[in-house]
Write a protein that binds this ligand. Structure first.
Ligand code: 13P
Length: 256
């Protein structure tokens, strides 16, 4: 069977100074599995993007920002624009992470503007969607995912679809040590792909990379990647230690 292309993204969240970031990449460089079918992306905080861009220059690693503003420039104190992200060498931007939605009041309408801005600059949004524990308990998971996708992707045409990545990150699974079961992930990923197919048609829907995120570890990543519906992972806590992260990459490498 042909090897499938995997995308493994390490979201550092608010962790690592510049020197810690450099140490991480130096350590990782010595351990990287050679794997043409696993695309590796690091998402350091804004402050470490430049240093990491420099450190990964000769390595098969891509760069992502964790957030972005939708305007190119202007009076938006504290914000960072897509132009600036691109200039740093980023190819990806995480958009609509539940921590941004929850702690910083990011709405679906804001997420939509960010997705549009990221695509306009030729960058790839990693659009995060996911239900809370309460929404799941109330049987609202699919409705929540549909709503988030419809709103965030409003105005994104078929011709832009190839640049979009979606990450299914159930809010209750993030940082909880309680990942989704394989069945929950499979059902949610199928639903996400069905929405994408409804939006963009069969081909674009089938090609959309859908990542799983939420308490991913070296021990459980294999079960997610074994699913036909899962194209990769968005990893938080377990990506901060290079040894752990490499174990995750190694599983992705050996998983057909
Ligand atoms: P954890 O892997 O720490 O649960 O975080 C997942 C996440 O939010 C990645 O974006």
């Amino acid at each position: 069977m042909a090897q499938r292309q995997r995308l493994i993204v390490g979201n550092w969240k608010m962790h690592k100074t510049i020197s810690e970031a450099r140490d991480f990449v130096a350590h990782l460089a010595g351990l990287l599995p050679k794997s043409p079918h696993v695309e590796i992306v690091l998402a350091p905080p804004f402050t470490a993007l430049s240093a990491v861009a420099d450190a990964i220059k000769s390595l098969p690693i891509g760069l992502s920002a964790q957030d972005v503003h939708w305007e190119d420039h202007g009076a938006f104190t504290g914000e960072v624009s897509p132009l600036m992200i691109k200039d740093l060498g980023c190819r990806y931007v995480i958009v609509g992470h539940s921590e941004r939605r929850r702690h910083f009041g990011e709405t679906d309408a804001m997420v939509n503007k960010k997705v549009a801005a990221v695509l306009r600059h030729g960058l790839r949004p990693i659009l995060c969607v996911g239900e809370t524990g309460e929404q799941r308990a109330n049987g609202q998971t699919e409705r929540v995912l549909s709503g988030q996708l419809t709103d965030a992707l409003a105005g994104v045409g078929k011709e832009q679809a190839a640049d979009v990545v979606v990450a299914y990150e159930p809010v209750w699974a993030i940082g909880s040590g309680q990942p989704a079961t394989a069945e929950q992930a499979r059902d949610a990923h199928r639903h996400i792909r069905a929405r994408a197919t409804a939006l963009w048609g069969q081909d674009a829907g089938a090609r959309l990379p859908v990542l799983y995120g939420g308490s991913v570890t070296p021990d459980n990543i294999g079960a997610f990647l074994a699913l036909r519906e899962v194209d990769g992972a968005l990893v938080g806590g377990a990506c901060l230690d290079p040894t752990q992260f490499v174990k995750i990459l190694a599983v992705a490498h050996t998983n057909p």
